[in-house]
Design a protein around this ligand. Structure first.
Ligand SMILES: [Zn+2]
Length: 1055
């Protein structure tokens, strides 16, 4: 190493953001022009984004295929998998994405030392990859021995190319951009182009675009700058003969290219997408917007979009979704580009109304622009967005990376526009905009502007044509190739696979020792407890002293977590042990209405619009969801992020929302309609449906997890909608009962994450919720949290007697599976450390299952469940041409390792141990996450403080024998008939083979329809009312109903 020489990097600038504790430093290589931009922020994670600006003028897929090939080896490291094996041992993960305008390679690491070790190896892969013909065969595209097209990228695009969103987006871009603008093209690669893409074309693209002068190394986290520059200097020295010298004539992609002309007219086009359910479609509407480099205008676009469709009270959303119910949502987004694009997307639109709804949207935008805007609400949108940006700057891992990447792509490379990140002045400037300024802005870019609209129309005919054409194409090819031709292709593929799978000699990996963990700085959060929470024990720390010294209050269970944040993160964790089973399916609707209903205030009814507006004013964000993220799958979490001075305001809001909501049939119906619109799409998801059926087999219906399945909603919601029309009072009474069962003193635990020193009246402030509130009886005890394994039914406690079920679904052209066996029940299980290492070993990127399954084209991926205390273990196959083969290959692999027939790979074991370390760091990457983790460990799982550190020490001591024992005793049963059950969802054509294969593996088999697993939770259909059942039947045309539910269908004899 040239330690005597100063690294040849020039510091362009360094500045501290004035709104968050982050310093941004920009360097430039004097030799190559490579940029290095570091955002220093505290925390255990160091994240790298190695970004190349890329533009291409065809659909060849060179950018995307190159992204895959980079991981297959480099000039000095000609081994597939070396990078990922090294990364795993260094507490790291690698990944990458290709967008239309750039490719970014990510390196996510716990601690600087691991990051520093991987950085130069990774960069060599990016700048000097070893793009072999063999790698292109397996990774890009090939024809297999049966004449089918395959290859990793090809399969990826095959799953995407005919989706509604892809077809609509591509058509819109073809209309927005001429041929000389790169934004027009599919950089992922169109299938027909991938079939003829050559390795040479990919190499040429790499040479043109992957030059250091077009590369930015973006890093967020605790970086050691001197070390970083030394590493990069040495790296540049090592590649100087492989790269062209910096070219002063180099044309920056997009910036130095021709710019798109303005739209000359409005274009509305219909695009069909293949779909059997022709009932609903969607729409995208695109307008050109201002340059993303102009920060004030870019921010103004975002504020305006929030004003128009940010929530249920904003005008577009309120009229089109809530009032006229023309769409289930109107989403919006913005592509930051030199000529940005503003997108609106109404979804869940009735097919026959697509054209009408598009016109309605445009008319509504014009109507808004024809009258004075609501300046009060605009100003609130500005302030709310400002609060959200500040919170993100403190808490989001990706916030700086996104902004820095956009600046690198389109801003000034001398750093002038990067400096805009120093302040948030643009919000002050916009706060001064007058009503005419805003309205002119709206007219200029949106309501008076030309646009491109695509009406996405579902077509059963297209689905059939595509399938027939594809079959004909393949048949013709097979005929042309003949037996001999196919045989040759098979050999070519086998040869390529063999060449790619060159074994990495252990001594190569040994050059890199496993890095130490001293540079991983976990965020400390100090736990303090008050009220009922004290019974869990109190610690001797400064936060507890503050809480003990504060004015005491009623004994609500409150855990405080002291971290130096500028905000308050507040969670109310509500148990459901007192909620009767029959009300559980109502909970998703209840949640949807929780922040969106009218309330009673001082005896007066306040409209839901007023409630939402006021809530938006008092908060940064709020949500209600399952408490799964707290480690409790059987409860509800109500969460707020607020400025510190709003602490008491939010407590009084909680009282209002919990006790003073007026259940309104109109609002409940709106929630049901929205939920119903999402069901067809959810039912097409093979992965989710396999999971839901597995749950039906193994969970008690009392489980909240089980009650919110799509297979429950599919019958329950339709019947509920009818009932609501006929007997609204009955339904309203149920919601009342549900509310009463939830919001009791015994059900409630509170987590407050804040800088507790600075929090006014932290404990007694909660009296506002409890005082004079007959609903909350503070003399009660707090009920225990539901143990996850207690929700397993008899089969779930001891799986194996059911066997297997195969569910053909016409919407699939692939297969998915879930296998379930008995698993660990507790985090205190002594086998836990070995279990974690064994799972990490099996699932490693380029590890044994990866190679056995993905490497052989048997599935896109396989994985194990990670719910340690659920009492079960699951093995899942994702997107497979035959799930039974993926299961069998996995079983054989695990069996060889468990028996010792195949020795454990020392480097992979090291990687698995490092993976557990990375997992712990990742779980507490931000202050709020670290605080929440303390709550999960101490309150939900009942473990000792410091449990995390203990498990880290214990995984290092796991022996190979212990790993094999866990594989044999805990993991193998998930592959054994009699000890496990298997659920498979698949394309109908695969049914026969999969049934045979599972029977051969000694599983009992049965073929069922999805509707067989419907559960109505006791809500029966009205016998005299045929209409509902008819509707239901329409949805299930493909299902042969043979269960009880189906027998009373009045419309079932139609076909
Ligand atoms: Zn890909």
């Amino acid at each position: 190493m040239t330690a005597h020489q100063r690294p040849r990097f020039r510091k362009v600038q360094s500045f501290r953001a004035d709104y968050a504790p982050t310093t941004i430093t920009q360097y430039e290589s004097e030799r190559s022009g490579m940029q290095v931009i570091v955002a220093d922020r505290k925390g255990p994670k160091v994240n790298g984004y190695f970004t190349l600006a890329t533009e291409i003028f065809d659909d060849s897929g060179a950018p995307h295929t190159l992204e895959h090939l980079v991981f297959m080896g480099s000039k000095s490291y000609r081994y597939k998998g070396l990078l990922d094996k090294l990364a795993g041992r260094a507490y790291s993960n690698t990944n990458a994405w290709t967008a239309v305008d750039h490719t970014a390679y990510t390196l996510e690491t716990a601690g600087w030392d691991g990051f520093a070790q991987i950085l130069p190896v990774y960069l060599e892969h990016v700048v000097v990859p070893d793009i072999t013909d063999d790698a292109c065969v397996t990774e890009v595209h090939h024809i297999d021995g049966e004449g089918n097209d395959a290859g990793v990228v090809y399969s990826e695009m095959q799953a995407l190319q005919y989706s509604s969103s892809e077809l609509m987006d591509l058509r819109a871009r073809r209309l927005l951009y001429p041929e000389n603008v790169g934004f027009r093209y599919e950089t992922g690669g169109m299938m027909e182009a991938l079939r003829v893409l050559t390795p040479q074309r990919i190499r040429e693209f790499h040479k043109a675009m992957y030059q250091p002068q077009n590369l930015a190394i973006v890093i967020t986290g605790e970086a050691d700058h001197d070390d970083l520059l030394r590493i990069l200097d040495t790296f540049e020295e090592s590649i100087k003969d492989d790269i062209p010298p910096p070219n002063p004539q180099f044309k920056r992609p997009f910036v130095d290219s021709p710019q798109p002309p303005p739209l000359e007219k409005t274009i509305v086009e219909t695009v069909e997408f293949p779909e059997e359910d022709e009932s609903t479609g969607e729409i995208v509407v695109a307008f050109f917007g201002p340059s993303c480099v102009h920060q004030v205008e870019a921010t103004a676009v975002n504020i305006l979009m929030t004003y128009l469709c940010g929530s249920s009270v904003s005008v577009i959303e309120n009229v089109m979704v809530e009032t006229e119910q023309l769409a289930s949502s109107v989403s919006y987004w913005w592509d930051s580009r030199p000529n940005s694009v503003i997108w609106f997307q109404p979804t869940g639109v009735a097919t026959e109304k697509l054209a009408f709804v598009e016109q309605r949207l445009i008319a509504l935008l014009k109507e808004v622009a024809s009258k004075p805007l609501d300046m009060g609400y605009i100003k609130e949108c500005i302030q709310r967005e400002l609060r959200q940006v500040k919170l993100q700057a403190e808490s989001s891992e990706g916030f700086y990376a996104t902004n820095i990447i956009t600046d690198y792509l389109f801003g000034k490379r001398n750093g002038a526009t990067l400096k805009d990140l120093e302040t948030l002045d643009e919000y002050n400037i916009l706060d001064g905009w007058t009503e005419p300024q805003w309205r002119d802005f709206l007219k200029k870019w949106i309501s008076d502007a030309h646009h491109v609209s695509i009406l996405g129309k579902p077509s059963m005919k297209l689905a059939k044509t595509l399938k027939a054409n594809e079959e004909a194409r393949l048949a013709k090819r097979r005929e042309k190739l003949g037996k001999e031709g196919l045989e040759q292709l098979k050999e070519k593929l086998e040869k390529a696979k063999k060449n790619n799978e060159k074994l990495i000699p252990p001594e190569v990996l040994d050059q890199w020792p496993v890095p130490g963990t001293s540079s991983i700085h976990l965020i400390e959060s100090a736990t303090a407890r008050s009220g009922k929470a004290r019974s869990l024990g109190v610690l001797d720390n400064s936060a507890q002293k503050v809480i003990d010294a504060a004015p005491p209050g009623l004994p609500l269970f409150v855990q405080f977590e002291g971290v130096p944040t500028n905000f308050v993160h507040l969670t109310v964790h509500v148990g459901m042990t007192q909620t009767p089973m029959k009300y559980k399916p109502l909970l998703p609707l209840f949640a949807d209405n929780f922040f969106n209903s009218p309330v009673l205030r001082d005896g007066q009814r306040v409209d839901f619009e007023q409630v939402v507006k006021q809530l938006e004013k008092d908060t940064i964000s709020y949500q209600i969801s399952s408490s799964a993220r707290l480690g409790d799958y059987e409860g509800v979490a109500i969460q707020f992020q607020v400025d510190r001075e709003k602490y008491t305001t939010i407590i009084s809001w909680l009282r209002t929302l919990m006790f003073d909501i007026v259940f309104d049939p109109v609002r409940i119906k709106a929630a049901i309609v929205k939920a119903l619109a999402d069901i067809p799409e959810a039912k097409r998801d093979g992965r989710a449906m396999a999971q839901e059926v597995d749950m039906a087999l193994h969970f008690k219906p009392e489980s909240y997890l089980a009650s919110k399945r799509t297979l429950v909603k599919a019958v329950y919601l339709r019947r509920l909608k009818k009932l609501l029309e006929k007997e609204p009072d009955t339904v309203l009474a149920w919601f009342e009962e549900l509310r009463k069962s939830l919001f009791t003193f015994s059900n409630m635990r509170v987590l407050v994450t804040a800088d507790v020193d600075k929090l006014a009246n932290p404990v007694a402030a909660w009296d506002e919720l409890i005082k004079n509130n007959p609903g909350l009886d503070a003399t009660k005890d707090v009920l225990p949290i539901t143990q996850p394994f207690s929700m397993l039914n008899a089969e779930g406690q001891s799986p194996g007697s059911f066997g297997s079920v195969i569910i053909p679904m016409t919407t699939l052209d692939s297969s998915y599976s879930v296998s379930t066996a008995t698993g660990l029940k507790s985090y205190s299980d002594p086998r836990l450390p070995a279990y974690l290492v064994a799972l990490g070993y099996l699932e490693a990127v380029e590890g044994p299952l990866w190679n056995a399954v993905r490497g052989n084209g048997l599935a896109y991926g396989v994985s194990f469940s990670r719910e340690v205390d659920g009492g079960y273990i699951q093995f899942r196959v994702y997107r497979s041409p035959d799930a039974s083969k993926a299961i069998e290959a996995s079983r054989a692999t695990v069996a060889r390792l468990a028996s010792g027939e195949e020795p454990l790979d020392r480097h992979l074991v090291e990687g698995a141990v490092s993976g557990v370390v990375f997992g712990v760091a990742d779980e507490q990457a931000t202050m709020a996450a670290a605080a929440q983790q303390n709550y999960v460990i101490g309150v939900v799982r009942g473990l000792e403080p410091g449990w995390n550190r203990e498990i880290l020490a214990r995984v290092r001591e796991v022996t190979e024998d212990e790993i094999r024992a866990v594989m044999r005793d805990v993991i193998m049963p998930v592959f054994e008939a009699g000890k496990s059950n298997v659920v498979v969802t698949c394309a109908p054509i695969m049914e026969e083979n999969i049934v045979k294969a599972l029977a051969a593996a000694k599983y009992k088999t049965q073929v069922q329809t999805l509707s067989h697993f419907y559960d109505d939770y006791g809500l029966k259909a009205d016998e005299e009312d045929g209409e509902e059942e008819e509707e239901e039947e329409e949805d299930d045309e493909d299902d042969e109903d043979d269960d009880e539910d189906g027998s009373d269908m009045t419309g079932s004899d139609e076909d």
